[in-house]
Design a protein around this ligand. Structure first.
Ligand code: ADP
Length: 757
């Protein structure tokens, strides 16, 4: 690549050893003067080559001996905006001026091309980046355009866009390089490569050129200022030389010249445009300036790009949230609603699993928490995590991490579902949370090799190599999820706000419902007690009168009148039976179970004795494969259950041979599918070969007063028996269900809970 070195070796005059804290690079001359008196105080040791006079001849003189008054004026007026072309020592130079420590620091560099030439190059590079303005461009194409632009401007072999990560390690995210130069694209560099002081400097001073890493720095004369005893502060000087350590680092990378431009976004260091050249290379002040403008345009466009993407993502999340909140409002059960909208809930933050610990109001309707949706750790693991988070100082805050194991080591083994956690707390007093989980994303980071190991290029090989002779080492990053963005966190917090509102509404609704329920229970009981009692007396009266009347006058009545009276008596008996059942059912809400260890065999036998008349009448055989076990239950209530099931089994058989089978399945024993519908150590059953029940009535028969046949057929029950039996079984924590089909007999199964809570 053609490259135009300065036509004069400014470093050649400076051969004395340097023991200074500061010095400048030899491609320019520095003159510091007093702004008031114009008296020159400090001069770089290489002054003679450019200005024709050594430092000793310049110090103490007026600055106007270097630059005439008009040029000085122009430089002072324009230098903040960029270099100014002047004549100095009889040669065209670019001049930069800044004030520091009460001195004006003038830096002169010989111009190596015409101003017009430089301007043209600058314009075309900027054009690269800006021309498609208004057109949508991806961030990566912007970065690429910037890298290409800077390479065109500087002629460097390699231009990288180096982006800082949150932990300040850097990554090469775009690159433009000459043919034959190895790519550094995608390489990561440790944070220590650009330490904190260097980053502070990069923020203040966005341009740094090291035109020749082999060149020896030029001393300042005098090395320290007489007034302060300290060297001149060069942090604002473009010519400032860098530390020997940094030069060594660059030499080890096989770099001959280096140039970097800070990328500042919203005042913060976002990254660098980092340029390397295999040989020394000078970039004129004008072109450097153009690179800085380019860098600013880049970060502005990136900022606009990011804000656009951010706004789109926020709008998307707001829509999700609105749909979610509307969805939650629709369902009466919050947990059902959340379950139904699990996908939305996960989309909201880009999670793959959600755990909701909503606390008391939900436990009521759901029995157990937490609610787990998608891929999450187990219930117990989630509860342990909640306990851990509740202990954290400032625990009411939102917590998010891409490495949950470092916060909560027990979940280290669950990185497959929960490497990342985003948590919002719903109640500062109680461990009520929403957790969003993300799985680990195993990725490989290619670290650039150790910069302290020098490169030994093969003789004649002038290519740039990654440092440490390509020994970039790969690191598998495990146990971490994708990071949570600020938009993720904000969406989670908005959801918290919405959820707290919904939970409150649900809590109010629940308490209203339970008040209504309490009221209707009380009403039912008072009906069963008072109204039932009030009705029972007249019904008994009707029965008695009709019975007596039939006894006394039945013979003298016409056949149809007698039958009418008989049905009045029958109806009154029936109405009374209904009332009794209703009364009993209404009391079930209040009864306390007397749990006892009970011999089920004996209990079933007692029940059989109660209903024996029906068994005898209908000639029903009782079959029992084996004796029933002992179990815990309230014997009075369970006897009632047996009575109902046995009498039904005997009752609903149209033809002989009639039989009823009573049995059970014990713990660990194989069960037919119908018996295994509810899980419990014991499942008891009563089976008959009778008329059966069509599947669509399998639930209806457990409704109060629900009968499938006219009251007069099959011995006329009230239709309350199964409703009461189921309620009694459920009071025990068990379940009662039927397996049957029309004309195929029926098997009623029931289980019992484990005993008093
Ligand atoms: P009932 O007092 O009428 O027997 P239940 O509540 O005990 O009332 O039963 C409700 C209905 O379920 C009955 O009317 C009957 O139609 C049906 N049923 C109950 N047990 C059986 C069975 N073993 N076989 C067929 N149908 C049955």
């Amino acid at each position: 690549m053609p490259h135009s070195p300065p036509d004069i070796d400014l470093g050649a005059c400076d051969r004395e050893p340097i023991h200074l804290l500061g010095g400048i690079q030899p491609h320019g001359v520095l003159v510091a003067f007093h702004p008031g008196s114009a008296r020159i105080e400090v001069v770089s040791a290489n002054a003679e080559a450019l200005l024709g006079r050594p430092p000793s001849a310049l110090r103490g003189q007026s600055i106007t001996t270097v630059l005439d008054q008009a040029a000085l004026h122009r430089v002072r007026a324009n230098s903040a905006a960029g270099p100014v072309a002047v004549q100095a020592g009889g040669r065209a130079c670019s001049a930069l001026l800044h004030d520091n420590n009460g001195l004006s620091v003038l830096e002169l560099e010989p111009l190596t091309e015409s101003v017009a030439q430089a301007d043209e190059a600058a314009l075309s590079a900027i054009h690269l980046l800006v021309s498609p303005l208004g057109q949508v461009r991806s961030a990566s194409s912007l970065l690429q355009a910037a890298a290409d632009g800077v390479r065109a401007l500087t002629g460097f072999d390699r231009v990288m866009v180096y982006r800082f990560h949150a932990d300040w390690h850097g990554e090469v995210v775009a690159e433009s390089h000459a043919d034959g130069v190895d790519s550094f694209m995608g390489l990561h560099y440790p944070a220590s490569d650009i330490p904190v002081q260097a980053r502070a400097l990069y923020r203040r001073n966005p341009l740094r050129l090291i035109a020749d890493v082999q060149a020896r720095p030029v001393a300042l004369v005098p090395p320290t200022l007489p007034e302060t005893g300290a060297p001149l502060d060069l942090s604002g000087a473009a010519l400032r030389s860098v530390s020997e350590i940094h030069l060594e680092y660059l030499r080890n990378m096989g770099v001959g010249a280096s140039f970097s431009v800070s990328l500042l976004k919203d005042g913060e260091l976002w990254g660098l445009l980092a340029c390397h050249h295999h040989a020394p290379r000078l970039v004129s002040a004008t072109r450097r300036q153009a690179c800085e403008v380019l860098a600013r345009m880049l970060t502005l466009q990136l900022g606009a790009e990011e804000r656009g993407a951010d706004a789109a993502s926020r709008a998307h999340r707001a829509t999700l949230l609105a749909r979610l909140v509307t969805g939650l409002g629709e369902d009466t059960s919050l947990s059902a609603a959340l379950q139904a909208h699990g996908e939305l809930l996960m989309d909201l933050t880009g999670a793959t699993g959600v755990a909701l610990l909503l606390g008391e109001s939900l436990a009521l309707e759901q029995g157990e928490q937490p609610l787990l949706l998608g891929r999450t750790p187990s219930r117990d693991e989630v509860l342990a995590l909640a306990a851990r988070l509740a202990e954290l100082p400032g625990a009411s805050a939102t917590v998010h991490t891409e490495r949950l194991a470092s916060l909560h080591p027990p979940l280290a083994a669950r990185a497959d579902v929960a490497a990342g956690l985003l948590s919002v707390r719903l109640d500062p007093q109680a461990p009520r949370f929403v957790f969003w989980f993300r799985p680990e994303v195993a990725r490989t980071v290619s670290w650039a090799g150790d910069p302290n190991k020098p490169v030994r290029p093969a003789p004649g090989d002038t290519r740039l190599h990654p440092r440490a002779s390509f020994e970039a080492w790969r690191e598998d990053v495990r146990g971490a999820s994708l990071p949570w963005s600020s938009a993720d966190v904000e969406a989670a917090e908005s959801f918290r706000g919405a959820l707290v509102g919904v939970v409150l509404r649900h809590a109010v609704e629940l308490s209203r419902l339970s008040r209504a329920l309490a009221r209707s229970n009380a009403e039912l009981e008072s009906f069963g007690g008072t109204v039932g009692h009030d009705l029972r007396e007249p019904l008994r009266g009707i029965q008695q009168y009709t019975t007596f009347f039939l006894e006394d006058h039945g013979a003298s009545l016409a056949q149809d009148s007698r039958e009418q009276l008989q049905s009045v008596a029958w109806l009154a008996r029936r109405a009374q039976a209904l009332l009794e059942d209703l009364f009993e059912y209404s009391r079930l809400g209040r009864i306390e179970l007397a749990w006892r260890d009970v011999d089920m065999q004996a209990l079933m036998h007692d029940a059989l004795a109660v209903v024996s008349s029906r068994f005898e009448e209908q000639e029903v055989e009782v079959r029992q494969p084996r004796r029933l076990p002992r179990v815990a239950c309230d014997e009075v209530r369970i006897r009632q259950v047996w009575e109902n099931l046995l009498s039904n089994a005997a009752k609903y058989q149209a033809r002989p041979p009639r039989w009823v089978e009573v049995g059970y399945f014990g713990p660990g024993e194989e069960r037919p599918e119908a018996a295994a519908r509810h899980d419990a150590p014991y499942v008891f059953y009563v089976k008959d070969p009778g008329i059966g029940i069509a599947p669509r009535f399998h639930e209806a028969i457990f409704d109060m007063f629900r009968r499938l046949h006219p009251a007069k057929d099959y011995g006329g029950g009230t239709g309350a028996g199964l409703a009461i039996a189921r309620r009694l079984v459920r009071l025990h924590g068990g379940e009662l269900w039927v397996d049957s089909s029309q004309g195929q007999g029926a098997t009623f199964y029931f289980t019992l809970g484990r005993g008093p809570a």
